[in-house]
Design a protein around this ligand. Structure first.
Ligand code: PHE
Length: 346
């Protein structure tokens, strides 16, 4: 039996030596409940009484030895693992750091936010209206007759249109933000001082028009509001956007919903009106920027506001146009193509 025990020690130590993982299995194989060593100890009872303590003590010695061998190997393996890890995870501190790209606002959003800030500073409220609109709010309530050319399907996108007649409940994509004026005046009475930024839609596509674009509407209604207030407000806005030297002028124009109406030009930001060959204003000295006017009495009355007591001014500007002038963009379509090389410049 002593020989058997020595043999077990020999076997176990050889196995432990060659093992490079799972030492637990070896422990179970030799020292477990059904292990080889345990099997032998079970036979201890068959030995003559005087041999039992000797063999028992020897068996214990073997057991301790195997345990020690396992523990030693375990330490060895742990050390190897750390070395292996260190070798594998070598950090190259000379590698350039990963660059984090910082996002930026789209030029249109930049203009929109600047305008919102300027108008909030002047005490305006920002309101929003639906992009899908009834023809009533887009045209009729704005004093645009049923035969107005903008109502044609060549100009306006319709979601639902009566085939036989032009109706107030035709549904369309709003072609300007002026519809928000009506929605607001239906629910709120003067004093009114709002701006309405948002997306607008027209059937149009060339270097200065896209089917989707953005407008920024303004509306002020109160007692004693005059054209002077309109000009003063817009001048303040353009100075806020383009600097203290900005200058504007009003040119007579026609809109069904304002009377009198004007187109507003800004002194050319590039040449200041001093270069006959200026590529931006083509030597005109002025850049056409937006439409404006005094709210038509019919529009006020239609919303339940007495035009003999109240007057108001309104304006609507295209944000793409502003962005193009401010950032020197020559083709409006660039603003919608999501070309990173283009957008990164602003
Ligand atoms: N709605 C007009 C347009 O889209 C702009 C405008 C707004 C004109 C308000 C006058 C008053 O061209």
């Amino acid at each position: 039996m002593k020989n058997e025990l020595s043999q077990i020690l020999g076997e176990a130590s050889a196995e432990i030596k060659n093992q490079d993982a799972d030492l637990e299995q070896i422990r179970i194989k030799y020292l477990g409940k059904k292990g080889k060593l345990t099997d032998i100890l079970k036979k201890l009872g068959t030995l003559p009484a005087e041999e039992r303590p000797v063999i028992g003590a020897f068996a214990n010695e073997i057991k301790t030895k195997i345990e020690e061998l396992i523990a030693k190997k375990q330490k060895e393996l742990a050390g190897l693992n750390i070395e292996k890890k260190l070798a594998e995870e070598k950090i190259d501190i000379t590698l350039p750091a990963k660059q984090k790209e910082t996002g930026k606002r789209h030029p249109i959003s930049q203009i929109m936010l600047s305008l919102e800030e300027i108008f909030i500073g002047m005490g305006f409220n920002i309101v929003k209206g639906p992009e899908i609109e009834y023809a009533y709010y887009n045209f009729d309530a704005l004093n645009s007759p049923k035969n107005h050319p903008a109502r044609d399907i060549q100009d306006t996108f319709y979601i639902r249109k009566d085939e036989k007649e032009i109706r107030e409940d035709d549904i369309l994509l709003r072609c300007h933000t002026s519809s928000v004026q009506i929605r607001f005046m239906e629910k709120n009475k003067p004093p009114i001082k709002i701006v309405a930024p948002g997306r607008t839609f027209r059937v149009d596509l060339d270097s200065t028009h896209t089917p989707v674009f953005h407008q920024f509407e303004g509306l002020v209604v109160d007692k004693n509001i005059t054209l002077v207030d309109l000009k003063d407000t817009l001048e303040a806005v353009f100075r806020g956007l383009f600097g203290e030297d900005a200058e504007i002028r009003l040119r007579p124009h026609y809109f069904p919903f304002t009377e009198p109406s004007a187109e507003v030009d800004a002194k050319c930001f590039v040449c200041g009106g001093n270069n006959e060959n200026c590529p931006t204003c083509r030597g005109e000295g002025w850049l056409e920027m937006l439409g404006a006017g005094m709210v038509h009495p019919k529009v006020l009355a239609g919303c339940g506001i007495d035009p003999t007591v109240y007057t108001g001014f309104a304006f609507g500007m295209g944000l793409e146009r502003l962005a193009m002038v401010k950032f020197g963009i020559d083709d409006i379509r660039n603003l919608f193509e999501n070309n990173m090389r283009f957008l990164r410049q602003f």
